[in-house]
Design a protein around this ligand. Structure first.
Ligand code: 1GP
Length: 231
């Protein structure tokens, strides 16, 4: 799939699907028809090649870009429209800053076409989230420190995208707004606790792309409302 819709810069709304969570066919159809710009496949717990491949097959040919967020080298599968490779800027261990990514390229680098691979500079901001635990992220940050991480990712490492990750909780619009102001040229993703139209609009006002995850599995109508809110 080529063209504008495949260019993540044009995405305003993304559903993040977790291969380790159960999703009925009917729910998946509703998400496909919702008007979302893309699907991002990713998660933290229990992700393997098999469940990733199963979900990929269910989405294959759906007419909407399907991207893989590559967080484990075992996960790589050919055929995705795009690959996002996260680096956790505020990780407590070097492996999540640069380590897992190296192993992914070592094993699968020959499969990647540069134009289909995008680095994502994660800033993990909910200390209670699984991703914070796994990456030992330093989440007790002042506003200035969050901004400094974003500036480091954008200006120093020149990452093509940044991802403010509040997974599981609705973040601070003030923090997100300050990051937006500090790096106006960065492509900003926001994810965390978007559970309906109001939350979607609040965060979409400050970032390029909002990512909606958990609510898909908890309240499908709420999830669908997040797309409608942006249209
Ligand atoms: C998780 O940022 C995404 O990686 C979305 O967060 O699951 O809280 O919607 P939620």
């Amino acid at each position: 799939m080529e063209g504008l819709r495949m260019d993540f810069h044009a995405w305003r709304h993304v559903f993040k699907l977790d291969p380790n969570k159960r999703l009925e066919d009917e729910a998946l159809s509703a998400l496909i028809q919702s008007g979302t710009d893309a699907f991002l496949i990713g998660g933290t717990d229990g992700i393997d090649a098999e469940n990733t491949f199963t979900l990929f097959n269910r989405l294959n040919g759906c007419g909407i870009p399907v991207a893989l967020e590559l967080s484990h080298p075992d996960q790589t599968i050919r055929g995705f429209d795009h690959y996002f490779i996260p680096t956790v800027l505020n990780a407590g261990t070097v492996d999540w800053v640069v380590g897992h990514q190296v192993r992914a390229f070592e094993r699968h680098g020959h499969l990647f076409e540069a134009r289909h691979v995008t680095g994502q500079g994660y800033i993990v901001l909910n200390g209670a989230a699984k991703v914070a635990e796994v990456t030992e992220a330093r989440t007790e940050l002042s506003l200035e420190q969050v901004v400094a991480y974003a500036e480091t990712g954008h200006h120093l490492f020149r990452l093509p995208s940044l991802y403010l990750e509040y997974s599981g909780t609705f973040g601070s619009p003030d923090v997100v707004k300050e990051v937006r102001l500090a790096v106006p040229d960065a492509h900003l993703f926001y994810g965390g606790g978007i559970d309906g139209a109001e939350a979607a609009m609040k965060m979409a006002a400050h970032v390029d792309t909002i990512v909606v995850g958990n609510v898909i599995y908890e309240n499908l109508d709420g999830a669908l409302a997040t797309v409608a809110a942006l249209r």
